[in-house]
Each structure stands twice: as C-alpha cells, then as structure tokens.
Design a protein around this ligand. Structure first.
Ligand code: FAD
Length: 467
C-alpha cells in the first residue's frame, strides 16, 4: 500500500482499543492502517498503564506473601530492593508484549505508521503534522482510539522529577522516603501500594470521605482496614505544591483549614481526560460532549457514519477491556456484519491492590441510587477452606439478585485474587443466569470460586459452610 492510496480503514491510536480493532478488522478481510507514535502497538495500557503497574504490583504482593509466610514457619531475611533490576524486569515485560503485538500486526499485513495523525478533512488526515516530513493520507473509514491522559491539578505542576504523574511513577527512577499520592482512586492506590512495598512512607490525600469513591463501601472497608499507607487524609483538598531545593511543600485543606506538609515526591493521580484535543476534530464538525468524551451510538459511530470512536475517548469506564470490546464491535460494523452493537450487561472492574477489590454488573451503590430492589447475599471468606489455606480471612464474595426472578444482577469480591472470580460473574450476568444456575454448578474444591457457588446457595436459606 503506498501512502497515496486511499486507505480502506485507518485507526488512530494503537492502544487496546485501536489494536484490537485493527487485528479484528484485518481478520475480517479489511485493509488496515494503524497509526501511533510508539514503535509498536500497546498504547497507555502496555507502555504506561495496566501492564507495568501489574508487573510491579506482582512484585509487591510477592514480597508481602513471603513476609506473611514468616508467621507460618518460613524464615527469610528482609528483602533487599535492587531498583535498577526491578525496572529492567518491568521494561522487559512491556517490551516482550509490545514486540509481540508488533509481530501480530505484521502477520496480519497491517500497515503500521509510527507517528501522529490529525484531521484535515472528513476523509483526509495529516501524518506528523508538527514535523518536517508531514504528509496527507486519504481514507474511507476511520476509528478514533487516541485514549486518555492524566488530569493535572492547578498549583501542582508536574515536573516529572519530584512531582509525578502515573507514567513517571512507573518509570521507577527512585524510591522517595516520603511520597504523597494525591487521589485515592484505583491508580493512586495501586501505585501507592507499589511504592509502600518498595520502602516509601506513603501518604494518600483524597477529596471524598473514603478511598475509591463510588465503589461499594463494604468492599473498600476491607482494604482500608489493612492500613497499607503511613497516613491517609480524607475529605482533603491539595491546594498547592511548591518545590523547594530538597522537598515538595504541600498545602492541604481540611474543613477550610490549611495545613503544610513536606514530602520528597508527590504523585498526582486524580483521574484521566480523553485525548480529543490533538485530532483537529473541529475540522470535521465533531465536538466532544460536556464531559469531554466523543459521542457515539451503539455501533460506535460518531455523527459522521464513516468515523468511529472507541475506548477511553468514548466515556467511562476507562478500562482496557472495554476499549478492546468496542474496537471489535467497530471492526465488525465496518466489515458489514449485521447485528453488531455495543450492549454489555456487565463490565468487570478490578483494583489490583492487596487485597484485590473486584465487581461487575449492578453494584449496591447503584441499586440504592436507582431505588432498585435487590437481594444481597454475602459469603465471608472466613468460611472458605481455600481462603484459610492461603491465610486470607477478611474477604468476602457477594451477589446482587433480583428478588422476584432470582436473576444475578451484579456481584463483587474482595480478598486475595478476588479479580479472578469476576469473569464467572460477568458470564453469569451476560447469560441471564439465576442463583440456582450458580448454586447447582459444581465448583472445584478447594478454590475461592466456591465462594460464588456458596453465596448463591445463601439465597435458598444457607450455604454448606455458612449460615
Ligand atoms: P490508550 O491505551 O490510551 O491508547 C491510545 C494511543 O493513541 C496511545 O498510544 C497514544 O499515544 C495514541 N495517540 C494519541 N493521540 C494520537 C494521535 N493524534 N495520533 C496517533 N496516535 C495518537 N485498565 C484496565 O482495564 N486494567 C488495568 O489494570 C489498568 N491499569 C491502569 C494503570 C494505570 C497506571 C493507567 C494510567 C491506566 C490503567 N488502565 C487500566 C486504563 C487503561 O490503560 C486504558 O483504559 C486503556 O489503555 C484505554 O485504551 P485506549 O485504546 O482507549 O487508549
């Protein structure tokens, strides 16, 4: 394909949305051009998000597990941290996966353009608009998948040395003695946990009255009880952060009173905003909605039917698996597959801290907001043989069930590896399963998955191991 040919499908952004769309479209026989500034596909998720953070969290959990085993009779010395080696290992994980995606792209004959794109017309893009070698390409269909970037705070200027965003934190250049994480959402908690494990004294400042605003409080309580951080400031606003020679002086506002605190580094993790600004969308008459997201229909089409948008660009939840799912839908619509549309009943969410928090479908918080009647059943992990065998007593699994039909509407779990229970619940919700379906399905023993079966048994009066 020469750069002068009209492209059948261009995809701008090669994150989990863009590359999933590209691979699926190519498999469906479409000629695909995929554009991204990185040398290989991967996007935020692989280079600066899901994968490096989970590699580091795995390390943090391994260390914690090992230290826990001391109580059970294994003896260790206090682990030593070789930061350079850890950073190298994390980079290897990222490299291995992104290079693999590059290979998968090549094997599908996808034209990969390393660069940035911006609209110059409804069927025309400029590649590398800010560079000397810029050129234009024409296309029939486009999928916008440019993802999102960290939100910054007024008066807290990210300098990438002492005041970080999430990408800086993942660079692992240093382990500050005292780190303040601004924001108690999942990114703040995950990265805060990594640094706490590496040896930083981590404090967290959060505007609302607890971690993970919007998440069911019973799940969050189990995490809060573990006291993973040195200090926690709830209902606290960070007013400013000033860099002095050696430290960051932070002004915190609690109940309209200001307090000064000093930290070696500050990590700003207050949310993400969609990357719509660099696409020249005005040129084609697409404007983001009041929340900054691009409006799309069920087929992920914008108001221009040949231009689609997917992933973090289109709204919450800003998660990789939601982006990939949308990408596959858009590819199918472009390939002319009838009946394709975005209509999930449940999008799983996992916070990979220790303990993990995970949920999908309807939550108790949402049920209350909507005034929807639900029956909630909860199975404590203290009653699970597997949980006991791995020293996990605080967690639980819960189900939200329609009281009339007994259909599973939602579910959640908190505890070690709680996230691995959630796909079963997602499938149950998507399939319209009832509590009987779950309680009559034989689950392997001894596994944490039995806590799902036993939660479902509770609706019928009592589970084998808990009443
Ligand atoms: P992105 O992955 O953001 O990719 C967009 C790509 O488009 C980027 O490569 C960008 O450079 C490129 N781009 C932007 N503008 C242009 C342009 N003009 N031209 C060409 N290319 C352009 N999600 C999960 O599901 N699970 C997790 O555990 C998880 N952990 C996370 C941890 C962290 C620290 C962070 C920051 C995020 C995490 N996420 C996680 C969120 C996840 O990374 C995003 O939801 C996901 O990457 C969104 O995919 P996307 O395809 O929409 O865009």
């Amino acid at each position: 394909m020469s750069k002068h040919d009209k492209k059948e499908l261009v995809i701008i952004g090669a994150g989990p949305g863009g590359y999933a769309a590209a691979f699926h479209a190519a498999d469906l026989g479409i000629k695909v051009t995929l554009i991204d500034p990185e040398v290989n596909p991967g996007g935020v998720c692989l280079y600066r998000g899901c994968i490096p953070s989970k590699a580091l969290l795995h390390l943090a959990k391994t260390k914690e597990e090992a230290m826990k085993a001391v109580d059970w009779g294994l003896e260790f010395e206090e682990p030593k941290i070789d930061l350079k080696k850890i950073a190298k290992w994390k980079e290897n994980v990222v490299e291995q996966l992104t290079e693999g995606l590059g290979q998968l792209s090549k094997s599908r004959n996808i034209e990969y353009i390393q660069g940035k794109a911006r609209f110059t017309g409804e069927n025309e893009l400029q590649i590398n608009p800010d560079e000397e070698g810029k050129y234009k390409i024409k296309f029939e269909n486009a999928i916008l998948a440019t993802g999102s970037s960290p939100i910054s705070l007024p008066n807290v200027k990210i300098d990438h040395d002492n005041i970080w965003d999430s990408a800086d934190a993942l660079e692992l250049k240093d382990v500050p003695k005292k780190l303040l994480v601004i924001g108690g959402g999942y990114i703040g908690l995950e990265l805060g946990s990594v640094y706490a494990s590496l040896g930083s004294k981590v404090s967290v400042a959060e505007m609302s009255e607890g971690f993970l605003p919007g998440t069911d409080r019973d799940l969050v309580k189990v995490f809060e009880k573990k006291k993973s951080f040195e200090e926690v400031f709830f209902k606290t606003k960070v007013v400013k952060a000033n860099l002095t020679k050696k430290e960051v002086e932070v002004t915190l506002e609690v109940k309209e009173e200001e307090h000064q605190k000093k930290f070696d580094c500050v990590l700003v993790a207050v949310g993400r905003k969609p990357n719509t600004g660099n696409l020249n969308l005005d040129k084609i008459g697409i404007s983001p909605n009041e929340n900054g997201f691009i409006q799309v229909d069920q087929k992920r089409q914008t108001k221009l039917k040949h231009i689609f948008a997917i992933g973090d660009l289109t709204g919450e939840p800003m998660l990789a698996h939601k982006a990939s799912h949308e990408g596959r839908i858009a590819a199918e619509v472009i390939a002319g597959k009838k009946g394709s549309g975005y209509d999930p009943k449940a999008i799983p969410a996992i916070v990979f801290t220790n303990p993990e928090l995970a949920w999908c479908g309807l939550t108790e918080t949402e049920a209350k907001e909507k005034g929807r009647k639900v029956k909630v059943v909860k199975f404590p992990w203290a009653a699970s043989g597997r949980a006991a065998a791995i020293g996990e007593h605080e967690g639980f699994t819960k189900l939200l069930i329609d009281p009339e039909t007994e259909v599973i509407l939602g579910g959640a779990a908190v505890g070690k590896n709680a996230g691995s229970l959630i796909p079963e619940l997602a499938l149950a919700i998507e399939m319209g399963s009832t509590a009987s379906d779950l309680s009559l399905t034989i689950h392997p023993h001894p596994t944490l998955s039995e806590t799902i079966m036993e939660s479902a048994e509770l609706i019928f009066g009592g589970a084998t191991h808990y009443k």
